[in-house]
Design a binder for this molecule. Structure first.
Ligand SMILES: Nc1ncnc2c1ncn2[C@@H]1O[C@H](COP(=O)(O)OP(=O)(O)OP(=O)(O)O)[C@@H](O)[C@H]1O
Length: 254
């Protein structure tokens, strides 16, 4: 039986007074899972991933290897390096991808044990990220260009390459990771991520993957989740009909 990595218990989130975006989401994420998360635009998919990463306020419990995010090594910031949210767009990040990766790597080094700390760790991560990016058509010089001056697809590939190269995440929370990519590059990125989950040398154990593409859902998914009308449910269907996604969001007390 697969090992449970992450458990969500009764996760609920309200963004506006009196309106629940979703309520009582329960989920066990196992090693090897690629959980495809689908639902209409605005149903709360990104918000759910942000709650799982402890980036959005919510109620309910998240348990990662038997510990709450606060109990994990490095507390919540440490948890976020192991259960990592990768946004759809890097538009709000300052400076360059290289600056970003160096800053995250330095932060992680402060949390790491003496054994894990290496003088060249940051350099090593940067090299690995540049190499992954190059395989996806990202020239090395883009790593030192401001995020603001990158195209949507360039920023998207760089963010994913950076997240994978840090090699700390056991669960990646991917928010439409290939939405700005052409079909061929999209397949390359998919294959790379799926290979990482299978590799014993990599930290990655599972992915929750938001997509609006039925074809992508079929290619990558091992399990399928729908978020609709404030509820999240699992289905065997990689391409549920739109009628399975009511638009109404639950009001409190409804
Ligand atoms: N910070 C916020 N403040 C207020 N409302 C928000 C905030 N973030 C999201 N929302 C609202 O919460 C709902 C869910 O948004 P979310 O981005 O999670 O949807 P989604 O399913 O990921 O949508 P899409 O498929 O279009 O990306 C939407 O109605 C959105 O307008």
């Amino acid at each position: 039986m697969s090992k449970v990595v992450l458990e969500l218990m009764k996760i609920s989130c309200s963004l506006e007074k009196g309106v629940d975006i979703f309520t009582d989401v329960n989920l066990s994420v196992n090693e090897g899972d690629v959980l495809v998360l689908q639902g209409r635009s605005g149903s709360g998919k990104s918000t759910l991933l942000k709650c799982i990463a402890n980036l959005a306020a919510h109620s309910g419990d998240i348990v990662f290897h038997g510990k709450t995010p606060q109990e994990c090594r490095g507390r919540v910031p440490g948890y976020r390096t192991r259960v990592m949210y990768v946004p759809q767009r890097p538009s709000l990040l300052p400076d360059t991808p290289s600056d970003f990766l160096s800053a995250v790597s330095r932060l992680q080094s402060r949390q790491a044990s003496a054994q894990e700390k290496g003088e060249n760790r940051t350099e090593h991560i940067l090299k690995r990220a540049v190499s992954v990016g190059r395989a996806w058509g990202i020239p090395p010089e883009l790593w030192t260009r401001d995020w603001m001056k990158l195209s949507g697809g360039e920023g998207q590939r760089i963010l994913i390459a950076a997240a994978l190269s840090l090699n700390t995440a056991e669960v990646l929370l991917l928010d439409e990771p290939t939405s700005a990519l052409d079909a061929e590059t999209s397949l390359q990125v998919e294959d790379f991520i799926l290979d990482k989950i299978q590799s014993a040398e990599e930290s990655l154990k599972a992915v929750i993957w938001i997509t609006h593409s039925a074809e992508q859902s079929k290619r990558v998914g091992t399990r399928f989740l729908n978020l609709s009308a404030g509820s999240c449910f699992e289905t065997d269907d990689y391409n549920p009909p739109l009628s399975a996604f009511p638009t109404t969001v639950k009001g409190k007390g409804m």
